[in-house]
Design a protein around this ligand. Structure first.
Ligand SMILES: Nc1ncnc2c1ncn2[C@@H]1O[C@H](COP(=O)(O)OP(=O)(O)OP(=O)(O)O)[C@@H](O)[C@H]1O
Ligand SMILES: [Mg+2]
Length: 247
């Protein structure tokens, strides 16, 4: 039996619901205790009672419609979100979710962001410096790495994000849609890199709307529908379930 390195035990994540005072402010003030209670108690459940395990070396895919809860799941694994209920256990070093914008500083240059994220991931400055060229080479952003990244396009940011996490010896790699904004050439490079990671036993959680990529790379896939796990298992069957349901 392989060792589980990511464990979700009945995990729910809810957010406070922002809504208008439908009865008007006067009505709200008049029935103040009830009004406050209804504001306090109305929460939106982005994820409900999700349980799964990802084993060391496994490539685990997450699919589902927009707003289903895929990025929320990655945020919980990365520890940037805390579950409202249940437990998330992660054993190993998680690569930061750079493609979501977290961990990037917009006024810093590409190079400075590489250094910053390398150091945040626990490498020394010397170690990051040694990898700097390889990262820039892979990203193909040589002409832009001295510019602040607020000037980058979304595809360029995705290139930088993937190049950083892919070259800092990841143990658990979380990839959210990164391939969607990259051009064809870069998408192919990312997939090749991920195939290499798979061979060398890196654990990966991969969120994508490309069923082709999911089918090609993943060992198992979870389909999230209506904020809960609808199906989990062998990629072919889960993809068929999801695509059949979306038509
Ligand atoms: N900070 C937040 N506050 C309130 N609601 C949120 C917050 N973050 C996410 N949500 C809600 O949680 C739900 C799940 O969002 P999530 O980003 O996980 O979806 P997703 O599956 O990644 O979708 P997509 O395919 O569009 O990326 C959505 O309905 C979203 O509106
Ligand atoms: Mg998302």
């Amino acid at each position: 039996m392989k060792e589980p390195v990511i464990i979700f035990n009945d995990v729910s994540k809810s957010y406070p619901l922002y809504h208008h005072l439908t009865g008007g402010i006067k009505n709200f003030l008049f029935h103040l205790p009830r009004g406050i209670n209804s504001l306090k108690n109305s929460r939106f459940e982005a994820l409900r009672d999700i349980s799964f395990e990802v084993c060391r070396g496994e490539t685990f895919g997450i699919i589902g419609r927009n707003g289903a809860g895929k990025s929320t799941t990655l945020g919980l694994i990365a520890g940037v979100l805390k579950p409202s209920k249940g437990r998330v256990i992660v054993k190993g070093r998680i690569s930061p979710l750079l493609e979501l914008g977290a961990g990037f500083h917009h006024e810093l240059t590409g190079k400075e962001n590489i250094m910053l994220n390398g150091v945040l991931m626990g490498l020394t400055r010397a170690e990051v410096s040694r990898k700097m060229n390889e990262i820039i080479e892979f990203s193909e952003l040589r002409d832009f790495v001295d510019q602040p990244i607020r000037t980058y396009s979304s595809g360029m940011l995705a290139r930088l994000g993937f190049s950083i996490v892919a070259h800092l010896e990841p143990e658990i790699l979380l990839i959210d849609e990164i391939l969607a904004v990259g051009d064809m050439g870069f998408q192919k490079k990312c997939i090749d890199k991920m195939m290499g990671f798979k061979k060398s036993g890196v654990t990966m959680v991969f969120v994508s709307h490309s069923m082709e990529d999911i089918g090609r790379i993943c060992d198992r896939v979870m389909w999230i529908e209506n904020h809960t796990a609808r199906m989990l298992g062998e990629p072919k069957a889960v993809i068929a379930g999801y695509t059949g349901n979306s038509q």
